[in-house]
Design a protein around this ligand. Structure first.
Ligand code: PLP
Length: 408
């Protein structure tokens, strides 16, 4: 059903989120870690768990069949959301971390000593540690694309690093620390030219962009439901169907097999081959509802509003003493995640004082310790607005920062 009106103002969006009804004094600016859920998603979770629950794919009775249909409908919605060719290209997992581990395991079975995995220095640990495990198991070598002084990937260095030895290229679409949109339209063709498999960590990308996996021409695209207005415990990945067919599963169990004998098992075709065990069914339906909710939003206008708030923040910080703002000077190809560092105030103190003012911001290494080393800091404060944040949230943050500076 097509929505009649699209919400274009953060205040209208905010009104759909019970979280803000109960906590008007809270200024939630930690959306890169996890977003809040609209009422319709919460109601879907409750409705299913309270009145409609049965296990999927196994029952021959009506409630189970209905649950299965609804679960598979979410796969269709996700395929449409990411512009995949067909629903069978969407695999459900618990989120980005499980998706990346699944892909690292599967692609890792083809690697041998002398092969190379190309990552960037700006990856989240979820797109780094699984590859380190694979490298340790196979003898493959990991190489890293460095950053320029302006917090972007160094494309000249990337061109040098891609070679026929590169078997996997795995890269975030958007950095969770820097908010930079990496130039996949340049990097993916480089990977294609040397025949490398392309894995995109879209945990932040799917949140801010209208992602089209076909025009990106990636082999795999990974995401988490809880960052995109959905529940925790559900997420998944897109895979080109022929690439999914070549990928061995890492998780065995019920629901992913065609037949089992005491000697061996035959697996189902993708995507079910990768979905062993009972999934979080209500969470999956909740994610489907979040996708419906996105269809009621004018995402482009809301994102533009977000970006305007973030630009105000970078201008404010750049105008004050002691701050280093870890955002490219040219704020194009940037989604408004603002990480910053103060020469005399630790990020944890900054976030703790902000909390006393009701402002929720992140402090720490953001699961990107190698990036922190490259940037020469141990921690940053990170502010990440989303579609329901308003000027009032930013003003509260400014007041909190003034409070922090009074401690000096
Ligand atoms: N990749 C990126 C870029 C992220 O920002 C995150 C979470 O912050 C992850 C992967 C891991 O996501 P999850 O914890 O939902 O598995």
């Amino acid at each position: 059903m097509q929505p009649t009106k699209k919400y274009a103002l953060p205040a209208e969006v905010r009104a759909q989120f019970p979280f803000f009804d109960t906590k008007p004094e809270i200024h939630y600016l930690d959306n890169a870690a996890s977003s809040q859920k609209p009422r319709c998603v919460i109601e879907t979770l409750h409705q299913y768990d309270a009145y409609e629950h049965a296990n999927i794919h196994r029952g021959v009775y009506g409630i189970s069949e209905r649950a299965t249909d609804r679960y598979e409908k979410v796969r269709e919605k996700l395929a449409a959301f990411l512009h995949a060719k067909r629903p069978e290209e969407m695999v459900f997992t618990s989120g980005s971390t499980e998706s990346l581990n699944t892909l690292a395991f599967g692609l890792g079975t083809r690697l041998q000593p002398g092969d190379e995995i190309l990552l960037t220095v700006a990856e989240h640990h979820a797109n780094l540690v699984p590859w380190q495990l694979v490298a340790a198991r196979t003898g493959a070598r990991i190489r890293y694309i460095p950053l320029t002084a302006d917090y972007r990937l160094d494309l000249n260095a990337a061109a040098e690093l891609f070679s026929p030895k590169t078997k996997v290229f795995a890269c975030a679409h958007i950095s969770n620390v820097l908010g930079v949109i990496h130039p996949l339209e340049i990097l993916i063709p480089m990977a294609r030219a040397v025949g490398a498999a392309v894995v995109i960590d879209g945990a932040q990308g799917i949140v801010h962009l209208d992602v089209n996996v076909q025009s990106l021409d990636c082999d795999f695209y990974v995401f988490s439901g809880h960052k995109m207005l959905g529940p925790t415990g559900i997420g998944g990945f897109y895979g080109k169907y022929e690439k999914l067919c070549e990928l061995p599963p890492w998780k065995g169990g019920g629901d992913m097999i065609e037949s089992v004998t005491l000697e061996q098992s035959r697996f189902k075709c993708p995507p079910h081959r990768f979905e062993a065990g009972t999934p979080p069914i209500s969470a999956c339906l909740g994610l489907g509802r979040a996708l419906d909710f996105y269809a009621t939003l004018d995402r482009e206008r809301l994102e533009a509003g977000n970006l305007a708030l973030s630009k105000q923040l970078t201008a404010y910080l750049r105008g004050r003493k002691g701050y280093r703002v870890l955002v490219p000077a040219d704020e194009t190809a940037w989604v408004g995640i603002v990480s910053f560092h103060h020469e005399r105030i630790h990020a944890h103190d900054m976030a703790a004082v902000a909390d006393t003012q009701g402002v929720c911001v992140r402090a720490g290494h953001h699961c990107a310790q190698p990036l922190m080393q490259v940037l020469g800091v141990t921690a940053t404060t990170r502010v990440s607005p989303y579609l329901y944040n308003t000027q009032a949230d930013l003003d509260a943050l400014f007041r909190a920062l003034e409070q922090v500076e009074m401690l000096l």
